[in-house]
Ligand binder design. Structure first.
Ligand code: SF4
Length: 378
């Protein structure tokens, strides 16, 4: 489905400031969302399976060795622990579970742990499985698929024209190559980025149209949660109405994408989170984020239910029909899904918790300065 608005229209909408005008835009985006997806939702959750000490220079990321801040560390998690957090996420009402690791790619040993984690989650839960493990070859993407991964997340992070400001060590072209490899292996793609890294309104629109070109199944949008010591650590949070407006614009540019808000939504949106849902979201990241805390499961579910949306697990969760756990290489009964006895608070299950599971390590020696964006001073 092509975009419902042109580049120029998107720019005009991006200039709206009046809350009534933004409210009207939200109604338009809500219609589009209802039209495409009915009352279905697609709720994610994640585990930070390996954190910290990353050699790359992504300017928003506290895990980077260039961030003048303590490092939130976590060695590669064992597959059984990944399963434990997946079970908790399922009890919270998440439909999908993403295994996330830092850096551009994994060692053979760590990759094997992700594969085993994916197998365990496939066998013992009804969650859909995603992985976010940096760059990969078609061969690795195929191995993920065989282990039960259905969707791979790999962001472009920002507009191509702004990307040199965001990272110099992780190449934009490499990101596109990984996304192609994932498609070639027959996996779904989840590709989005972060708003408020200093990009202009035009660059936000550019990014949305670049995503439309990539045509991922799912589009996760993060909102910068400035971490002290990172390149973008001094930026201010977004105005909540601005966030709502851009969610609606992205929905109109990407009418068929499963669209979700992830990191930074709590801090940037505050009490306007429900309005952002109405502006076109299919879901949010439930539970906690990679290094920061999220919301209680009951609050997130209620936010969607109050709009008449159905947060129960459905065979396809709003995407195209796709095989569930039992229709592929797995045998036996589908595991029981805890739909009737969902937990309300994170304390009731062993969810991924960055406040207790990450070890904060002091950086020793001088932290290297962020490299200058390519093109500067040339
Ligand atoms: S976003 Fe990923 S690759 Fe970039 S610095 Fe953070 S952990 Fe490393």
């Amino acid at each position: 489905m092509p975009s419902l608005i042109s580049f120029e229209e998107a720019l005009e909408l991006g200039a709206l400031t009046d809350h009534e005008d933004i409210g009207a835009l939200v109604e338009r985006a809500w219609e589009v969302r209802r039209d495409r997806f009915g009352d279905s939702t697609d709720m994610c959750s994640l585990v930070n399976a390996k954190s910290g000490g990353c050699a790359e220079d992504c300017g928003f990321c506290a895990q980077s060795r260039y961030a003048a801040a303590d490092t939130p560390m976590h060695a590669m998690m064992e597959p059984e622990q990944i399963l434990e957090h997946a079970r908790a996420a399922e009890a919270a009402g998440a439909h999908r579970f993403c295994m996330v690791t830092q850096g551009q790619g994994l060692s053979k040993r760590d990759f094997a742990k992700v594969l085993e984690g994916a197998r365990l989650v496939s066998e013992h839960t009804n969650l859909k499985r995603c992985a976010s493990i940096g760059h990969m070859s078609v061969e690795r993407a195929r191995q993920l698929k065989e282990a039960g991964i259905q969707r791979v997340h790999h962001n472009v992070e920002s507009a191509r024209s702004y990307y040199p400001e965001v990272s110099t060590t992780v190449r934009y072209e490499g990101r596109l190559r990984t996304i192609d490899a994932v498609k070639e292996a027959g996996l779904e793609t989840c590709v989005g980025g972060i708003l408020n890294l200093g990009e202009s309104a035009r660059q936000r629109v550019e990014m949305a149209f670049e995503l439309a070109e990539i045509n991922p199944d799912s589009v996760p949008i993060n909102l910068l949660n400035p971490r002290t010591g990172t390149k973008f650590g001094d930026r201010e949070l977004m105005d909540p109405w601005e966030v709502v407006k851009w969610v609606a614009i992205f929905r109109l540019i990407l009418p068929d994408a499963l669209f979700r808000l992830c990191g930074g939504r709590v801090e940037n949106l505050q009490e306007l989170q429900p309005l952002a849902v109405k502006a076109g979201l299919n879901g949010v990241m439930m539970g906690n984020f990679l290094t920061t805390l999220g919301v209680e499961p009951a609050e997130d579910r209620a936010m969607f239910e109050e709009l008449g949306l159905n947060v129960a697990r459905q065979p396809d969760n709003g995407s195209n029909p796709r095989p569930d756990n039992r229709s592929g290489w797995l045998e036996g009964e589908t595991p029981r899904t805890p739909v009737d006895d969902l937990i309300d608070s994170q304390a009731e299950a062993n969810m991924w918790d960055p406040s207790t599971q990450l070890r904060v390590i002091k950086k020793k020696g001088k932290v290297p300065a962020y490299p200058e964006p390519a093109g500067w001073g040339d």
